[in-house]
Design a protein around this ligand. Structure first.
Ligand SMILES: [Zn+2]
Length: 178
């Protein structure tokens, strides 16, 4: 896949790149390293704690997480799998850089396990709970074409209908401009 990092910018719901299943990363090369740098910049500029490649406009299976929103804590997850390790849920308010203006309660598993490859090509597995588990499930959703706009319940959809409508109208305008 050709990646022009200069063109990478935050994508907003309902952009197509956020709605499809992302493709596996075949090789960890310079373009992937540059993409991770750019994604880190985008995430920190927007004060996020996680960012998936489709949110930068690139449909690849890769995301980053930095729970304290610092550059030092950024971790890279390439071709990750995230699986629940409990049947217990909780429902906590979440936001998403790609769904601006909406904070809504989302049901997630309390604990999960992530297996992924890091930028050096080493595979790792971790057990997660709390905010970390929530963040991993949120970012993994992006690789499967799901956002909090799709996950929120019907009451939340009604409560946030004006902002959802605004995002759809902005998207239409942007598509026309391109
Ligand atoms: Zn998100």
């Amino acid at each position: 896949m050709q990646i022009d990092v200069e063109k990478c910018k935050i994508t907003h719901y309902p952009a197509e790149v956020l709605a499809g299943r992302a493709q596996p990363v075949k090789e960890i090369d310079d373009s992937i390293r540059k993409l991770v740098e750019k994604m880190t910049d985008i995430m920190l500029e927007n004060k996020g704690i996680g960012l998936a490649a489709p949110q930068a406009g690139i449909p690849l299976r890769l995301f980053i997480v930095s729970l304290d929103a610092t550059r030092e804590s950024v971790r890279v997850y390439i071709n990750p799998t995230v699986t629940a390790t409990t049947r217990e849920f909780d429902s906590v308010e979440e936001g998403c850089l790609s769904v601006p203006g909406i904070y809504t309660k989302i049901r997630r598993y309390k604990k999960c396990r992530v297996t992924a490859t890091d930028l050096d090509g080493n595979e790792f597995t971790e057990e997660a709970e709390g905010l970390y588990a929530r963040c991993l499930q949120h970012e993994y959703d992006h690789l499967e074409g799901m956002t909090i706009a799709g996950r929120m319940n019907s009451a939340a959809k009604i409560a946030h209908r004006k902002q959802l409508k605004k995002l759809k109208e902005n998207h239409k305008r942007n598509v026309k401009r391109e």
